[in-house]
Design a protein around this ligand. Structure first.
Ligand code: NIG
Ligand code: FE
Length: 399
């Protein structure tokens, strides 16, 4: 067993382990002049350096701040083609939903992705995942959802499985937009064919649905998520992105791991969420890129909810290739404090994926951590457009 003592940590900064709700999201532990003992990829001890146990191998971190590795709980990192023409149209006033209703947007990504092989999808996604990891993301959720048919959905999930050899990924089956005809048959087949197949092949940990006027109704979403539960998979929901049509309430009622977006959530939705065990995942990159109202992050925390932050990396609504930037944007756009944003991007983001073994720098957790360039951890939420992350460690190994 190789033990390494990381020493000369100017500040070791961590939320408490496990999901944190409301005001507890601000409760960080900060140890000055700290050390951290790691063996077999797991944290064994943290504390002030003078109290550290003696070990053979030491690694001097040079006095900088250390924080937990970030968890990105919401990405669509596998896609082919691009959405550059959509972008140009949107910035000149054509709404995202109108582009989708005309058969563009997500549907155009489905055409390109459906035509790509597993190997092509792996190659396209790899560089995006490398960018996310360099930004500090040590665990990344990746959704399917650009498959034109079930075969294409499966190819996306196979690409994610291949990439798990290089990255720490959590795969989600996303039921994204319905076919223009035969949607009842489609939903039936998702529940009775696609979900059982994906569950039996172990290709996804959870199922997500885009519940929205231009996508699936609440009742269709309910049927899909109930099928997911029946097959032992976790559930998540894209809800209240453009309209609060009942998606948030559905996610809470069904005990989903997370409900994501929430830009259109009002007081009733915030109250429902605060009374549930579902994590609220907010996605400031989509707010910035689409120029839409921000999700009510401040109000959700004040109401006592557990908030997580993700990049939502995707070609249409959030070309954000940095988990650190998502964290920094949540402070500006959703009015989280720096401490809340760190909790949202670590333990709460892990909880949104059903993971309890990472996100905090305490004994027993996986040794995922970031050494920053700075001696003050607040450079992490502060910096825009350059990386404050010097090194990324996953399970105790520098990558
Ligand atoms: O989370 N809103 C639905 N799905 C994605 C966008 C996907 C796309 O535009 O390609 C999202 O924003
Ligand atoms: Fe999304």
């Amino acid at each position: 067993m190789t033990e390494t003592l990381f020493t000369n940590i100017g500040q070791l900064v961590s939320p408490k382990p496990g999901v944190q709700r409301g005001a507890a999201m601000r409760d960080l532990t900060i140890i000055h002049d700290a050390a951290m003992l790691i063996s077999d990829g797991v944290i064994r001890w943290v504390g002030p350096r003078p109290e550290a146990p003696g070990v053979l191998q030491e690694h001097d971190l040079g006095g900088v701040a250390v924080v937990p590795g970030l968890v990105d709980p919401h990405t669509h990192a596998v896609w082919a083609g691009d959405r550059l023409a959509d972008f140009e149209a949107r910035v000149q006033g054509v709404p995202y939903e109108e582009i989708l209703a005309r058969g563009g947007g997500i549907r155009s990504s489905m055409q390109a992705t459906g035509a790509a092989s597993v190997d092509e999808l792996v190659a396209l996604a790899r560089s995006r995942l490398e960018a996310l990891r360099a930004s500090g993301a040590t665990t990344i959720e990746v959704k399917s959802g650009y498959g034109l048919d079930f075969d294409a959905e499966r190819r996306m999930l196979l690409a994610i499985r291949d990439l798990q050899a290089e990255f720490s990924l959590v795969p989600t089956l996303l039921i994204h937009v319905p076919p223009t005809e035969g949607r009842a048959e489609y939903v039936h087949a998702v529940c009775h064919d696609l979900i059982p197949t994906v569950a039996s092949e172990g290709l996804a940990s959870a199922v997500d649905v885009f519940c929205e006027r231009e996508a699936f109704t609440v009742e269709e979403s309910r049927a899909v998520l109930q099928a997911a539960t029946a097959h032992g998979l976790g559930t998540k929901l894209h809800a209240d992105q453009f309209h609060a049509i009942g998606g948030m309430e559905l996610a809470c009622e069904l005990g989903a791991l997370s409900v994501d977006h929430l830009e259109a959530s009002g007081p009733a939705q915030i109250a429902a969420l605060a009374a549930s065990n579902t994590v609220a995942t907010i996605l400031p990159g989509a707010t910035l890129h689409l120029g839409l109202p921000a999700a009510p992050g401040r109000q959700l925390i004040d109401a006592g909810a557990a908030v997580a932050v993700g990049t939502d990396l995707n070609p249409g609504s959030s070309p954000v290739f940095s988990a650190q930037l998502a964290l920094a944007l949540a402070v500006r756009l959703n009015r989280l404090t720096p401490a809340e944003a760190l909790t949202a991007c670590t333990v709460n983001a892990a909880a949104a994926l059903g993971l309890k073994d990472r996100g905090a720098l305490v004994p027993g957790q996986r040794a995922d951590f970031l050494a920053l360039h700075s001696r003050d951890w607040r450079d992490l939420p502060y910096t825009l457009g350059a990386s404050p992350v010097r090194e990324v460690y996953v399970a105790g190994r520098e990558l």
